[in-house]
Design a protein around this ligand. Sequence first.
Ligand code: HEC
Length: 159
Amino acid sequence: MNVKKIAKIVSVVVGVAFVLMQFIQPNRTNPEIDQSKTLQTELNVPTDIVALLNRGCKDCHSNQTTWPFYSYVAPASWLVSYDVMEGRKHFNMSEWGKYKLSKKASKLSGIYQAVNDRSMPLPKYIPLHPEANLTDTERNQLAVWAQKEAEKLMGGGAE
Ligand code: HEC
């Protein structure tokens, strides 16, 4: 076989594989939300903090994910779905009411930690979502809020 023929076979195989991949659809659901049990409601989160959480965290840490067009095209769809399902499993603002007190406190400290050390929002998310690129001031605002709420829950240094 010559090189041209091999190239043709390879491209057909890759093309068929790509088409077949589209049949494997990942989970892209946004489960129903009880608005009385969300983090926003329970902690009476100020609107400027809600705005930051919406810009930077909501897609992976709530049941209100905006699924982008590439979340419909494999293999990107699998990666996006994986991050959202993992994100929700670790911290879900829409399911906040189901957490025990100690878990709530540890998630709030986790937010403080994650926005300070810049591990969140997930760095790979930011290029495709420029609005999630929180400024240092915004990160600080979010961290201070989370820390204060954690302390309140622990009955420590309440305001
Ligand atoms: C692109 C998806 C994505 C975005 C956006 C995102 N996260 Fe995450 N987050 C994850 C994933 C996945 C994990 C679990 C794996 C890990 O820790 O890296 C996680 C874990 C966490 C944890 C650890 C929870 C625990 O106790 O295990 C915290 C806290 C957190 N994120 C906060 C945030 C905050 C705050 C924002 C917004 C400023 C944010 N995340 C934005 C995907 C995301």
